[in-house]
Design a protein around this ligand. Sequence first.
Ligand SMILES: *Cc1c(COP(=O)(O)O)cnc(C)c1O
Length: 342
Amino acid sequence: MEKKNIDWSSLGFGYVKTDKRFVANYKDGKWDKGGLTEDADIVMSECAGVLQYAQTVFEGLKAYTTEDGRIVVFRPDLNDARIHDSALRLEIPALPEGMFIDAVEQVVKANAAWVPPFGSGASLYLRPFIFGISPVIGVKPAQEYQFRLFATPVGPYFKGGVKPLTIKISDFDRAAPCGTGHIKAGLNYAMSLHAIVTAHNEGFDENMYLDAATHTKVEETGGANFLFVTKDGKVVTPKSSTILPSITRRSLMIVAKEYLGLEVEEREVYREELEDFAECGLCGTAAVISPVGKVVDHGKEICFPAGMTSMGPVTQKLYDTLTGIQMGRIEDKFGWTKTIIG
Ligand SMILES: *Cc1c(COP(=O)(O)O)cnc(C)c1O
Protein backbone atom coordinates (compact mmCIF):
# COMPACT_ATOMS: atom_id res chain seq x y z
CA MET A 1 0.00 0.00 0.00
CA GLU A 2 1.30 3.40 -1.08
CA LYS A 3 1.42 5.96 1.76
CA LYS A 4 0.08 9.47 1.17
CA ASN A 5 2.71 12.01 0.24
CA ILE A 6 2.76 13.97 3.49
CA ASP A 7 5.58 15.48 5.55
CA TRP A 8 4.45 13.48 8.62
CA SER A 9 6.79 15.04 11.15
CA SER A 10 5.63 18.58 10.40
CA LEU A 11 1.93 17.77 10.83
CA GLY A 12 0.22 19.54 13.68
CA PHE A 13 -2.99 18.62 15.51
CA GLY A 14 -5.62 19.67 13.02
CA TYR A 15 -8.31 18.16 10.87
CA VAL A 16 -7.26 16.66 7.57
CA LYS A 17 -9.96 14.96 5.55
CA THR A 18 -9.08 11.32 4.92
CA ASP A 19 -10.64 8.82 2.49
CA LYS A 20 -13.28 6.90 4.44
CA ARG A 21 -15.26 7.19 7.65
CA PHE A 22 -17.79 4.89 9.36
CA VAL A 23 -21.42 5.97 9.77
CA ALA A 24 -24.33 4.21 11.50
CA ASN A 25 -27.79 5.58 12.19
CA TYR A 26 -30.25 4.97 15.01
CA LYS A 27 -33.90 5.21 14.00
CA ASP A 28 -37.19 3.62 15.15
CA GLY A 29 -35.50 2.33 18.28
CA LYS A 30 -32.56 0.53 16.66
CA TRP A 31 -29.13 0.97 15.11
CA ASP A 32 -28.63 0.01 11.47
CA LYS A 33 -25.53 -1.98 10.64
CA GLY A 34 -23.57 1.02 9.39
CA GLY A 35 -20.71 1.14 6.93
CA LEU A 36 -17.99 3.20 5.34
CA THR A 37 -18.63 6.35 3.32
CA GLU A 38 -16.54 8.91 1.50
CA ASP A 39 -18.97 11.66 2.48
CA ALA A 40 -17.40 13.80 5.19
CA ASP A 41 -20.38 16.14 5.45
CA ILE A 42 -23.47 15.77 7.60
CA VAL A 43 -26.82 17.21 6.58
CA MET A 44 -29.28 17.58 9.43
CA SER A 45 -32.22 19.57 10.69
CA GLU A 46 -31.52 23.05 12.05
CA CYS A 47 -33.28 21.77 15.15
CA ALA A 48 -31.13 18.63 15.66
CA GLY A 49 -30.69 17.64 19.32
CA VAL A 50 -26.93 18.07 19.08
CA LEU A 51 -27.28 21.66 17.85
CA GLN A 52 -29.92 22.78 20.34
CA TYR A 53 -29.02 20.94 23.54
CA ALA A 54 -25.52 19.58 22.92
CA GLN A 55 -26.53 15.92 23.05
CA THR A 56 -23.24 14.43 21.92
CA VAL A 57 -20.42 12.26 23.29
CA PHE A 58 -17.05 11.39 21.79
CA GLU A 59 -13.83 9.42 22.09
CA GLY A 60 -10.25 9.81 20.94
CA LEU A 61 -7.65 7.15 20.17
CA LYS A 62 -4.73 6.65 17.83
CA ALA A 63 -3.62 4.14 15.22
CA TYR A 64 0.11 4.05 14.58
CA THR A 65 2.84 1.93 13.07
CA THR A 66 4.97 -0.21 15.38
CA GLU A 67 8.69 -0.82 15.07
CA ASP A 68 8.01 -4.15 13.29
CA GLY A 69 5.64 -2.53 10.80
CA ARG A 70 2.23 -3.48 12.19
CA ILE A 71 -0.62 -0.98 12.43
CA VAL A 72 -2.12 -1.10 15.91
CA VAL A 73 -4.47 0.73 18.26
CA PHE A 74 -4.06 0.95 22.03
CA ARG A 75 -6.74 -0.51 24.37
CA PRO A 76 -9.74 0.30 22.13
CA ASP A 77 -11.93 -1.84 24.42
CA LEU A 78 -11.63 0.90 27.04
CA ASN A 79 -12.73 3.61 24.58
CA ASP A 80 -15.67 1.37 23.72
CA ALA A 81 -16.63 0.97 27.38
CA ARG A 82 -16.20 4.68 28.04
CA ILE A 83 -18.35 5.88 25.15
CA HIS A 84 -20.99 3.44 26.37
CA ASP A 85 -20.95 5.09 29.83
CA SER A 86 -20.88 8.58 28.32
CA ALA A 87 -23.82 7.81 26.02
CA LEU A 88 -26.03 6.43 28.79
CA ARG A 89 -25.40 9.50 30.96
CA LEU A 90 -26.72 11.74 28.14
CA GLU A 91 -29.67 9.44 27.27
CA ILE A 92 -28.01 8.44 23.99
CA PRO A 93 -28.71 4.82 22.98
CA ALA A 94 -25.75 2.47 23.45
CA LEU A 95 -24.07 1.10 20.33
CA PRO A 96 -24.71 -2.57 19.51
CA GLU A 97 -22.10 -4.96 20.92
CA GLY A 98 -19.04 -5.01 18.67
CA MET A 99 -19.91 -1.99 16.51
CA PHE A 100 -17.31 0.33 18.02
CA ILE A 101 -14.34 -2.01 17.54
CA ASP A 102 -15.61 -3.00 14.11
CA ALA A 103 -15.78 0.68 13.11
CA VAL A 104 -12.22 1.24 14.39
CA GLU A 105 -10.96 -1.69 12.31
CA GLN A 106 -12.83 -0.69 9.16
CA VAL A 107 -11.75 2.95 9.30
CA VAL A 108 -8.09 2.16 9.99
CA LYS A 109 -7.98 -0.43 7.20
CA ALA A 110 -9.71 1.89 4.73
CA ASN A 111 -7.29 4.71 5.59
CA ALA A 112 -4.11 2.64 5.93
CA ALA A 113 -2.36 5.01 3.50
CA TRP A 114 -2.89 7.75 6.08
CA VAL A 115 -1.26 5.91 8.98
CA PRO A 116 2.12 7.61 9.48
CA PRO A 117 5.21 5.38 9.24
CA PHE A 118 7.17 4.24 12.29
CA GLY A 119 9.69 6.77 13.51
CA SER A 120 7.81 9.83 12.27
CA GLY A 121 6.30 10.41 15.72
CA ALA A 122 3.00 11.04 13.96
CA SER A 123 -0.16 8.92 14.19
CA LEU A 124 -3.65 8.56 12.78
CA TYR A 125 -6.05 10.06 15.30
CA LEU A 126 -9.47 8.41 15.43
CA ARG A 127 -12.51 10.40 16.51
CA PRO A 128 -15.65 8.37 17.24
CA PHE A 129 -18.76 10.32 18.27
CA ILE A 130 -22.51 9.85 18.69
CA PHE A 131 -25.00 12.70 18.50
CA GLY A 132 -28.74 13.44 18.45
CA ILE A 133 -29.69 14.19 14.85
CA SER A 134 -33.49 14.44 14.88
CA PRO A 135 -35.30 17.71 15.69
CA VAL A 136 -35.71 18.53 19.39
CA ILE A 137 -37.25 21.76 20.67
CA GLY A 138 -38.90 20.79 23.95
CA VAL A 139 -36.07 19.61 26.19
CA LYS A 140 -35.86 15.85 25.80
CA PRO A 141 -33.59 13.25 24.21
CA ALA A 142 -33.59 13.07 20.41
CA GLN A 143 -35.33 10.12 18.76
CA GLU A 144 -32.67 9.57 16.11
CA TYR A 145 -28.88 9.44 16.42
CA GLN A 146 -25.80 9.10 14.30
CA PHE A 147 -22.52 7.36 15.19
CA ARG A 148 -19.51 8.45 13.17
CA LEU A 149 -15.87 7.57 13.31
CA PHE A 150 -13.39 9.51 11.21
CA ALA A 151 -9.61 9.53 11.09
CA THR A 152 -7.18 12.42 10.74
CA PRO A 153 -3.36 12.26 10.72
CA VAL A 154 -1.69 14.19 13.55
CA GLY A 155 1.94 15.13 14.06
CA PRO A 156 4.32 14.33 16.90
CA TYR A 157 3.28 15.95 20.18
CA PHE A 158 6.75 16.96 21.35
CA LYS A 159 7.84 18.69 18.17
CA GLY A 160 11.11 20.50 18.80
CA GLY A 161 11.65 18.63 22.08
CA VAL A 162 9.98 18.35 25.46
CA LYS A 163 9.10 21.62 27.11
CA PRO A 164 7.60 21.41 30.61
CA LEU A 165 4.33 23.29 30.98
CA THR A 166 3.40 26.18 33.20
CA ILE A 167 -0.16 25.90 34.44
CA LYS A 168 -2.40 28.05 36.57
CA ILE A 169 -4.91 27.11 39.20
CA SER A 170 -8.15 28.16 37.55
CA ASP A 171 -10.84 30.29 39.12
CA PHE A 172 -13.36 28.44 36.98
CA ASP A 173 -14.79 25.04 37.82
CA ARG A 174 -14.73 22.16 35.35
CA ALA A 175 -17.13 19.66 36.84
CA ALA A 176 -19.74 19.65 39.59
CA PRO A 177 -20.28 16.79 42.04
CA CYS A 178 -22.84 14.42 40.50
CA GLY A 179 -22.45 16.28 37.18
CA THR A 180 -20.85 15.16 33.92
CA GLY A 181 -17.11 15.54 34.58
CA HIS A 182 -16.57 11.78 34.37
CA ILE A 183 -17.94 11.39 30.83
CA LYS A 184 -16.43 12.43 27.52
CA ALA A 185 -18.98 14.93 26.28
CA GLY A 186 -18.59 18.02 24.14
CA LEU A 187 -20.48 20.03 26.74
CA ASN A 188 -17.54 19.71 29.16
CA TYR A 189 -15.30 21.27 26.54
CA ALA A 190 -17.67 24.06 25.48
CA MET A 191 -17.75 25.37 29.03
CA SER A 192 -13.96 25.10 29.40
CA LEU A 193 -13.15 27.26 26.35
CA HIS A 194 -13.42 30.58 28.17
CA ALA A 195 -11.19 29.28 30.97
CA ILE A 196 -8.49 28.03 28.59
CA VAL A 197 -8.54 31.18 26.44
CA THR A 198 -8.23 33.22 29.63
CA ALA A 199 -5.27 31.09 30.80
CA HIS A 200 -3.55 31.40 27.40
CA ASN A 201 -4.04 35.17 27.37
CA GLU A 202 -2.32 35.28 30.75
CA GLY A 203 0.61 33.27 29.39
CA PHE A 204 -0.21 29.84 30.85
CA ASP A 205 -0.28 26.57 28.94
CA GLU A 206 -3.14 24.96 30.83
CA ASN A 207 -5.54 25.18 33.76
CA MET A 208 -5.45 23.07 36.89
CA TYR A 209 -9.03 22.68 38.06
CA LEU A 210 -9.79 22.14 41.73
CA ASP A 211 -12.87 20.31 43.00
CA ALA A 212 -15.93 22.52 42.61
CA ALA A 213 -17.35 21.84 46.08
CA THR A 214 -14.39 22.88 48.26
CA HIS A 215 -11.66 24.19 45.97
CA THR A 216 -9.11 22.32 48.06
CA LYS A 217 -8.47 19.21 45.95
CA VAL A 218 -6.72 18.76 42.62
CA GLU A 219 -8.91 17.41 39.82
CA GLU A 220 -7.51 17.59 36.29
CA THR A 221 -6.92 19.98 33.38
CA GLY A 222 -9.42 20.55 30.57
CA GLY A 223 -8.30 17.45 28.72
CA ALA A 224 -5.71 15.49 30.68
CA ASN A 225 -5.38 13.79 34.09
CA PHE A 226 -2.58 14.48 36.58
CA LEU A 227 0.15 12.15 37.75
CA PHE A 228 2.47 13.21 40.56
CA VAL A 229 5.65 11.65 41.83
CA THR A 230 6.50 12.05 45.50
CA LYS A 231 10.03 12.78 46.68
CA ASP A 232 10.36 9.12 47.70
CA GLY A 233 9.34 7.89 44.25
CA LYS A 234 5.69 7.01 44.75
CA VAL A 235 3.31 7.65 41.84
CA VAL A 236 0.12 9.43 42.91
CA THR A 237 -2.99 10.31 40.92
CA PRO A 238 -6.06 12.19 42.17
CA LYS A 239 -9.17 10.14 42.91
CA SER A 240 -12.46 11.87 42.28
CA SER A 241 -15.83 10.99 40.82
CA THR A 242 -15.70 14.14 38.67
CA ILE A 243 -12.48 13.33 36.79
CA LEU A 244 -12.60 11.82 33.30
CA PRO A 245 -11.09 8.33 33.62
CA SER A 246 -8.11 8.70 31.27
CA ILE A 247 -7.05 5.46 29.62
CA THR A 248 -3.47 6.73 29.45
CA ARG A 249 -3.43 7.54 33.16
CA ARG A 250 -4.93 4.16 34.10
CA SER A 251 -2.33 2.45 31.90
CA LEU A 252 0.54 4.47 33.38
CA MET A 253 -0.49 3.51 36.91
CA ILE A 254 -0.29 -0.16 35.87
CA VAL A 255 3.06 0.46 34.16
CA ALA A 256 4.38 2.12 37.34
CA LYS A 257 3.37 -0.83 39.49
CA GLU A 258 3.77 -3.86 37.22
CA TYR A 259 6.67 -2.84 34.98
CA LEU A 260 8.65 -0.44 37.14
CA GLY A 261 7.87 -1.86 40.59
CA LEU A 262 6.89 1.55 41.95
CA GLU A 263 4.36 2.17 44.68
CA VAL A 264 1.16 3.73 43.30
CA GLU A 265 -1.70 5.54 44.98
CA GLU A 266 -5.03 6.77 43.67
CA ARG A 267 -6.31 9.08 46.37
CA GLU A 268 -7.53 12.59 47.03
CA VAL A 269 -4.72 15.07 46.39
CA TYR A 270 -4.94 18.40 48.19
CA ARG A 271 -3.77 21.70 46.74
CA GLU A 272 -1.65 22.05 49.89
CA GLU A 273 0.38 18.98 48.93
CA LEU A 274 1.62 20.35 45.60
CA GLU A 275 4.77 21.79 47.16
CA ASP A 276 5.73 18.29 48.33
CA PHE A 277 5.83 16.57 44.94
CA ALA A 278 9.01 16.03 42.94
CA GLU A 279 7.38 15.63 39.52
CA CYS A 280 4.09 16.39 37.86
CA GLY A 281 2.74 15.31 34.48
CA LEU A 282 -0.41 15.50 32.38
CA CYS A 283 -1.66 12.25 30.84
CA GLY A 284 -3.77 11.75 27.78
CA THR A 285 -3.78 10.09 24.39
CA ALA A 286 -2.24 13.14 22.68
CA ALA A 287 1.06 13.32 24.58
CA VAL A 288 1.06 10.16 26.77
CA ILE A 289 2.67 12.35 29.48
CA SER A 290 3.62 15.95 29.26
CA PRO A 291 5.69 17.24 32.13
CA VAL A 292 4.51 20.18 34.21
CA GLY A 293 7.35 22.36 35.48
CA LYS A 294 5.42 24.96 37.39
CA VAL A 295 1.97 25.55 38.89
CA VAL A 296 0.96 29.13 39.65
CA ASP A 297 -1.64 29.70 42.36
CA HIS A 298 -2.72 33.34 42.13
CA GLY A 299 0.82 34.63 41.82
CA LYS A 300 2.41 32.04 44.08
CA GLU A 301 4.77 29.81 42.08
CA ILE A 302 5.14 26.13 42.86
CA CYS A 303 8.18 24.86 40.96
CA PHE A 304 8.70 21.11 40.76
CA PRO A 305 12.30 19.99 41.36
CA ALA A 306 12.20 18.20 37.97
CA GLY A 307 12.58 21.68 36.47
CA MET A 308 11.65 23.52 33.30
CA THR A 309 13.95 21.86 30.78
CA SER A 310 13.16 18.13 30.72
CA MET A 311 10.93 15.37 32.08
CA GLY A 312 11.67 14.24 35.63
CA PRO A 313 13.35 10.82 35.89
CA VAL A 314 10.23 8.87 36.92
CA THR A 315 8.03 10.66 34.36
CA GLN A 316 10.62 9.82 31.71
CA LYS A 317 10.67 6.13 32.71
CA LEU A 318 6.88 5.96 32.63
CA TYR A 319 6.84 7.65 29.24
CA ASP A 320 9.54 5.41 27.78
CA THR A 321 7.90 2.24 29.08
CA LEU A 322 4.38 2.99 27.88
CA THR A 323 5.52 4.24 24.47
CA GLY A 324 7.81 1.18 24.29
CA ILE A 325 4.81 -1.10 24.84
CA GLN A 326 2.81 0.85 22.28
CA MET A 327 5.57 0.64 19.67
CA GLY A 328 6.24 -3.05 20.24
CA ARG A 329 9.71 -2.48 21.71
CA ILE A 330 8.74 -3.66 25.20
CA GLU A 331 6.71 -6.79 25.96
CA ASP A 332 2.97 -6.12 25.94
CA LYS A 333 2.26 -8.19 29.07
CA PHE A 334 -1.41 -7.34 29.24
CA GLY A 335 -2.38 -7.47 25.57
CA TRP A 336 -3.00 -3.72 25.34
CA THR A 337 -2.18 -3.25 21.68
CA LYS A 338 -4.62 -4.54 19.09
CA THR A 339 -3.18 -5.29 15.67
CA ILE A 340 -5.39 -4.03 12.85
CA ILE A 341 -2.98 -4.68 10.00
CA GLY A 342 -0.09 -6.97 10.65
C1 LIG B 1 -10.04 12.48 26.92
C2 LIG B 1 -9.75 13.15 28.22
C3 LIG B 1 -8.62 12.81 29.00
C4 LIG B 1 -7.57 11.84 28.55
O1 LIG B 1 -8.06 10.54 28.40
P1 LIG B 1 -7.26 9.46 27.54
O2 LIG B 1 -8.17 8.29 27.53
O3 LIG B 1 -6.00 9.17 28.26
O4 LIG B 1 -7.01 10.06 26.21
C5 LIG B 1 -8.48 13.43 30.23
N1 LIG B 1 -9.36 14.37 30.66
C6 LIG B 1 -10.43 14.73 29.92
C7 LIG B 1 -11.35 15.76 30.45
C8 LIG B 1 -10.66 14.13 28.68
O5 LIG B 1 -11.73 14.51 27.96
